[in-house]
Design a binder for this molecule. Structure first.
Ligand code: GLY
Length: 428
């Protein structure tokens, strides 16, 4: 099967690595990809906002399946573009319609969807310039902390947790009146703050049935002990000890099934991954956010644990046959430790040579490239998150320690990582 995978991060390297193991894959193209994905297939220099160029490439290369990694092309309607084009509409497509992608593309859409389908989530109100003054009054009387969310996509930066009313009102003004996140923050969702342990749950759906993939927990703060600035993710573990069978039963009954059934009932076309960002509040699951894609760096632990053929799963999804498939997962623990650039998530320099990538670290470890590029035959840093070192172990501790051991041999100027990934699940 001739496959095109879109994206260029650690998530896409993990997906490309898995797709390349399938006997069905021939060839695999990745656009734009990175030096890691180049080891799994052929990188193609396509801009993901240039739908015409993607379409032309698919026709020229007789692509049979497109798998979309990041959210932006989906929120901008790549699925709908393919379905509206005679030459493209029969290509198998993994990713939701523009309407389905609104689960991630509009926080207000997601909240209203959850309300309609009785899916547990924090209480909220939404505000624009039209009810701005009412919003100020609402904030003044809101218990602390207060969660403000820009309605649209804001490169993962659109959620602010405010510890004082003054801070909340200033942030609210910045978002709505001063377009802090451009169009994305013209509408703001004000949410109640929930306390608990977060985890990420993923399904692949064909719009009617779904398959539950291994769950994961990611570590978003830059500093050890979950301190400091929010990042794109400093590491992840899977499985997650708090995802007990009892808890996951509640997740499926109260959240996953109503979401998939809700999409189906409302006639929203959705063939692809749904990422449920959940919080466990005293044993009960609530939705913090939906994403219309796999998580990053969660994919770097979920996909290595997946024992099924990924191409087979994707084809079954496009054929609405997921009810015939069973997920098989490696029972071992997987952990990924993300190596970032010094200064990230604020300013950082790029272009530093990376050494130690080609050494053989054994079958239990896989290095996924995130922000890297090739320059004069060398691999150099090319982003904030540079590499994801994923390892297996009998326990989370063993998996994390193996990744940390490997990191002793991987080097670039300013290499920074957390050594406490999975800390709350490791006996002191
Ligand atoms: N790890 C969180 C995300 O992918 O959005």
């Amino acid at each position: 099967m001739r496959i095109l995978l879109l994206g260029s991060g650690g998530r896409e390297h993990a997906l490309a690595w898995k797709l390349s193991q399938s006997v069905w894959t021939n060839p695999l193209y990745i656009a734009p990809g990175n030096p890691g994905t180049a080891q799994c297939g052929v990188n193609v220099d396509l801009n993901l906002s240039d739908f015409d160029a993607i379409g032309k490439f698919c026709v020229y290369e007789r692509i049979e399946m497109v798998i979309v990694g990041p959210e932006e092309p989906l929120v901008n309607g790549l699925y709908d573009y393919f379905k509206a084009n005679e030459d493209l509409k029969s290509i198998y497509f993994i990713g939701p319609s523009k309407e389905g992608a609104q689960l991630e593309g509009s926080k207000a859409f997601a909240k209203a969807f959850m309300k309609r389908h009785n899916i547990p989530t924090a209480g909220y109100r939404e505000f624009t310039t039209d009810n701005y003054e009412e919003g100020i009054k609402y904030l003044e009387n809101h218990p602390l902390p207060i969660v403000l969310k820009a309605d649209g996509l804001a490169a993962g930066k659109g959620v602010v947790i405010c510890q004082s009313h003054l801070e909340a009102i200033a942030e609210f003004e910045l978002m709505i009146q001063r377009a802090k996140f451009g169009e994305a923050s013209k509408k703001v969702v004000v949410e109640d703050f929930l306390t608990g342990i977060e985890l990420s749950v993923f399904v692949l759906t064909d719009g009617k049935s779904y398959l539950l993939l291994p769950e994961a927990k990611d570590y978003k703060r830059i500093g050890e002990g979950d301190t400091g600035l929010m990042t794109g993710g400093m590491g992840a573990v899977s499985p997650v000890p708090i995802a007990t069978p009892g808890f996951m039963y509640k997740v499926e009954e109260r959240i996953i099934r109503p979401t998939v059934n809700g999409l189906h009932k409302e006639g929203i076309e959705y063939t692809g991954f749904i990422f449920f960002g959940l919080i466990n509040v005293n044993g009960d699951p609530y939705v913090i956010e939906y994403n219309c894609r796999m998580g990053d760096p969660e994919t770097e632990v979920v996909i290595p644990r997946l024992e099924n053929d990924l191409v087979g799963l994707c084809v079954a999804a496009t054929q609405k046959e997921l009810h015939l498939v069973k997920i098989q997962a490696d029972p071992r623990s997987a952990a990924t430790v993300v190596a970032v650039s010094r200064g990230y998530p604020a300013g950082y320099h790029k272009g530093f040579e990376i050494t130690g990538l080609t050494d053989n670290y054994g079958r239990q470890t896989q290095i996924f490239h995130a922000g890297t590029k090739e320059e004069s035959g060398n691999i150099v840093t090319n982003g904030g998150r540079v590499l994801c070192i994923t390892s297996f172990g009998e326990t989370i501790e063993e998996a994390v320690n193996t990744s940390l051991d490997v990191l002793q041999y991987v080097s670039y100027d300013g290499i920074t990582y957390r050594s406490d990934i999975g800390y709350e699940f490791i006996a002191k």
